[in-house]
Write a protein that binds this ligand. Structure first.
Ligand code: ADP
Ligand code: MG
Length: 578
């Protein structure tokens, strides 16, 4: 095919793909516009997870009649003029792309009236084409209604998840912005039902109550700190050690009022809690980081979800120290084992998380899923709080170099040697990590390893976190790295595979994945006894003894069972003794 310029509507769809991934992306851009417009009352209405409708109404400054169509042109913005402005932006938007992108992949109606004009305007776009424009009476502000998202890009449509999942993403988004802007009143409705509402009192604590409930809000500790050496102030709330979560979803960070995702900063917060939380549990935090705009590059990500700090390490350190000292000052006797949520609540939340819907409160869960129905429960395996220790087992032998046969008071046990070893290693590594760090050893001869360009970039990005896993690598030019230190028990010919797997999970981070935990699981897997390895009786006894001592002996960290059990009664039945 000869080189040719793409037709403008094709180019527009391609560009839209960058910014608009799902209904929550639409909601994000429209919310940001409403906030930039100075609104103090913002209503978000969605239907069917946002796929059939996302409508956002605000009472902001509105768009002057003469500029309405311009707002839909690509790179049309009222928020900056020169590239230098990028380092001074105080507005959430600046790329001038959102309206153009959204209009090109949906049916969009915009109704607006500028504060100082007597009559408003309504325009209708379909697939980026202006269909009609007419004067329209309304109060000052803007309503943008987006219907049938991706109707003209069916491939995109196929990537959407279930309605509750998509609605969950939007709920998380509105929750976060409501926390960032306590002076604004927010309402979110899904299929006509109110999902959340804040009052706009200006008090962050009021928002906490509105969004997470009184119980949680009461357990949040105020955090106010400054790190003048890097021009930073920190403001917000962190959970007391008695309140914790199964993942990092409720670590919410704002940088100059912009909601951002930053695994390094999240890690810094968790580090502040070191030894204060049960294994595998995470704090909640809502922290507003304020720093001079020139200290942060906000233009590194099409959806502006990630930012880059000039002094990221110092910032992470400041965050960690602030969290630590606040915990020490306000909570001298941490309660390690109690959890605010009852087991039942916790399991319900897990079930919902597994079903893919995120929501901050249980009331919200109900609103999004229609009902918190019990049928979700059985999907959920590996009930952490109700851990059941193993009885003492007597090893009898090994089958297929894969399974260990053992006898216990309850009958016959068949143990998968690899799954069991993985569970043991995982808990061991986690404990080491929380205490003195993962046991590791220097290689006499540093091991050169080469990676693909993409892997090399990822590796570079995570280089500083690898020592947490007992790994130390240094860049050796191009895509080559020198491995200097590896965890005890990791075979040097497994280092590469383990690293690649860890990087794969790092890539999944965007979906709120906890890469630290996944990385630990990977490491456990690569340092555990394999299937197909013949074991001496003594080695099997040792394995079983350590499994007896583990917290969750019944499943490996991937969730596979470590053993099957047949009771004496079942055996008797099989042999028709009864
Ligand atoms: P950006 O926000 O990056 O400037 P957008 O495509 O999101 O780009 O919006 C283009 C322009 O349309 C904005 O710069 C703003 O002037 C105007 N605009 C969009 N939404 C609103 C709104 N809700 N209220 C007032 N003006 C708006
Ligand atoms: Mg915008």
């Amino acid at each position: 095919m000869p080189i040719h310029l793409l037709a403008s509507e094709v180019a527009a769809k391609i560009a839209a793909g960058e910014v608009i991934e799902r209904p929550a992306s639409v909601a994000k851009e429209l919310l940001e516009n409403a906030i930039d417009a100075g609104a103090d009352d913002i209503r978000v209405e969605i239907a069917q997870g946002g796929r059939s409708l996302v409508r956002i109404s605000d009472n902001g400054c509105g768009i002057p009649a003469a500029e309405v169509e311009l707002a839909f042109a690509r790179h049309a913005t009222s928020k900056l003029t020169s590239a230098d402005d990028l380092y001074r932006v105080r507005t959430l938007g600046f790329r001038g792309e959102a309206l153009a992108s959204i209009a090109s992949v949906s049916r969009l109606t915009l109704t607006t009236r500028a504060a100082d004009e007597s009559i408003g305007t309504q325009v209708r776009y379909e697939g980026g084409e202006l269909l009609r424009r007419e004067p329209f009476g309304r109060s000052g502000g803007t309503t943008i209604q987006v219907e049938n998202l991706f109707y003209n890009t069916p491939a995109r449509l196929k990537f959407l998840r279930s309605d509750p999942t998509e609605a969950g993403h939007i709920a998380r988004l509105v929750t976060s912005y409501a926390l960032a802007f306590p002076t604004i009143r927010f309402i979110l409705e899904h299929n006509g039902r109110q999902v959340l509402r804040t009052l706009g009192t200006g008090q962050l604590h009021d928002c906490l109550i509105a969004l997470f409930g009184l119980d949680v809000a009461e357990q949040m500790l105020a955090l106010n700190a400054a790190a003048p050496e890097i021009g930073v102030t920190l403001d917000g709330y962190i959970s007391s050690p008695a309140l914790h979560r199964a993942n990092r979803t409720d670590l919410i960070l704002f940088v100059n009022s912009r909601w951002v995702q930053d695994s390094t900063l999240a890690f810094g917060i968790c580090e502040g809690y070191r030894t204060l939380l049960p294994n595998g549990r995470y704090p909640m935090a809502i922290i507003k980081i304020n720093l001079p705009p020139e200290e942060v590059d906000v233009n590194i990500h099409p959806t502006k979800r990630e930012v880059r700090f000039r002094r990221g390490r110092e910032l992470m350190g400041a965050l960690q120290r602030a969290v630590r000292s606040q915990l020490m000052a306000l909570h001298p006797v941490p309660a390690v084992n109690s959890s605010l949520e009852s087991n039942e609540q916790w399991q319900r939340r897990q079930a919902l998380l597994n079903a893919g819907s995120y929501t901050p409160t249980l009331g919200l869960n109900a609103a999004l899923t229609g009902a918190t129905n019990k049928s979700l429960l059985p999907q959920w395996q590996n009930p952490e709080p109700a851990s059941e220790r193993l009885p003492m087992l007597r090893v009898v032998g090994q089958i297929a170099q894969t399974y260990i046969i053992a006898e216990g008071p309850g009958g016959l046990y068949l143990i998968d040697q690899h799954a069991a070893a993985e569970r043991i290693r995982f808990e061991e590594l986690r404990t080491q990590q929380q205490q003195n760090g993962i046991a590791a050893q220097d290689l006499l001869d540093p091991l050169p390893l080469e990676f693909s360009p993409q892997q090399a970039l990822l590796l570079e990005a995570h280089l500083s976190e690898l020592p947490l896993f007992g790994l130390e690598l240094i860049p050796f030019g191009g895509q080559t790295f020198l491995v200097k230190r590896i965890p005890v028990g990791l075979n040097s010919n497994e280092v590469r595979a383990a690293l690649v797997e860890m990087l794969d999970t790092a890539q999944n981070q965007a979906q709120g994945f906890s890469w630290e935990e996944q990385a630990l699981i990977t490491l456990a897997c690569h340092t555990a006894v394999r299937a197909g390895q013949s074991l001496a009786l003594e080695e099997m006894r040792e394995l079983v003894r350590r499994l007896e001592g583990s917290q969750l002996p019944h499943s490996c960290p991937h969730g596979r069972p470590t053993m099957v059990h047949m009771s004496r009664a079942q055996l008797d039945k099989e042999f028709a003794r009864r």
